[in-house]
Design a protein around this ligand. Structure first.
Ligand SMILES: [Zn+2]
Ligand SMILES: [Zn+2]
Length: 80
């Protein structure tokens, strides 16, 4: 079981954004409801697996969902 296979869909950009917010990939994955640690959201980091199919943004556009999700997580953490 290779650990690198676990987060199959996340792009290097998405991982870098998550880490820039001070979270590990595992923490982020669990925070989005994937308690088994396996990412099943979209590659861009959005929990919605259709995000960059044009549902939230086009394939070539930067994902605005991920920074928004991370901001919310940070706010929730600050309150606890
Ligand atoms: Zn999205
Ligand atoms: Zn996206």
């Amino acid at each position: 079981m290779g650990a690198s296979q676990m987060y199959r869909a996340l792009t290097p950009d998405a991982k870098a954004t998550i880490r820039a917010y001070g979270l590990t990939i595992a923490e982020y994955v669990r925070s989005q409801g994937y308690s088994d640690g396996e990412w099943r959201g979209d590659a861009c980091g959005c929990f919605d697996d259709r995000c960059k199919d044009g549902f939230h943004h086009e394939l070539d556009d930067e994902c605005q969902c991920l920074p928004a999700i991370l901001d919310e997580l940070r706010k929730a953490e600050a309150q606890s």
